[in-house]
Design a protein around this ligand. Structure first.
Ligand code: 5GP
Length: 215
């Protein structure tokens, strides 16, 4: 089974044969990027999938969230904009986020997209954030990236440096989020193999970008 750790190297699967977004066409009635929400438990591999997609296609960009949580050992330098609670609250209160949430005692928020974002903007956020984004734009593609089972999730969380207590809290949260995501109409993709799931997500994005026939 492929590792889904955030520290996994970004590499496009050798067997990749994907149509770049720029060639997939865009729905005629859309301006601005297609927003794709990736939610799912920490350790499920959302970040690795998102970085693989962005590395393979210049039209795909990643939104970098702000957080008040401490940096973890396995965080890439650009994983988040790390700020204290006061700085987060200042930006939040001046309309600087399209959504935000407090998760296990820490703030997380998505900055308002800029004109520099590509045709597809990937948001790696929790389901509460996905709900807020869906409310603003029902057209967003919401994907729940899951693990094969909770034993595997626990192993991945411990491997990447979460203590046992935080891992247990995340598993409880994951169970709640699965139900909420299903309720909101998220599509679920299971990260049982990194290459396979990256292809699956790329193909879901390409399908969403393909203009529908009027007939
Ligand atoms: P972690 O601490 O593992 O990096 O992230 C914890 C949770 O916060 C994950 O479910 C992650 O998807 C979520 N998250 C990360 N950034 C954002 C954000 O900008 N907004 C929201 N609502 N959730 C976020």
């Amino acid at each position: 089974m492929a590792s889904a750790s955030n520290s996994a190297p970004i590499c496009w699967p050798a067997s990749a044969d994907l149509t770049p977004v720029s060639e997939a066409g865009r729905p005629a009635d859309r301006d601005g990027p297609l927003v794709v929400v990736l939610s799912g438990p920490g350790g499920a591999g959302k970040g690795t999938i998102a970085r693989s997609l962005a590395a393979a296609d210049d039209s795909i960009s990643l939104s970098v969230s702000w957080t008040s949580r401490d940096r973890r050992a396995d965080d890439d330098d650009d994983a988040y904009v790390f700020v204290d609670r006061a700085a987060f609250e200042t930006r939040r209160d001046t309309g600087g986020f399209i959504e935000w949430n407090e998760f296990l005692g820490c703030y997380y928020g998505t900055p308002v997209p800029s004109a520099a974002d590509g045709s597809v903007l990937l948001l790696e956020i929790d389901v509460a954030g996905g709900r807020q984004v869906l409310r603003a734009d029902p057209d967003v593609l919401c994907l729940f990236v899951d693990v094969p089972d909770n034993d595997e999730l626990r192993r991945r969380l411990i491997d990447r440096g979460d203590g046992a207590e935080r891992a247990d809290a995340r598993i409880i949260e994951a169970t709640r989020e699965r139900a909420e995501a299903a309720d909101l109409g998220y599509l679920t993709v299971v990260n049982d193999d990194l290459d396979r799931v990256v292809h699956e997500v790329a193909s879901l994005i390409a399908t969403r970008l393909t203009p529908k026939s009027p007939y």
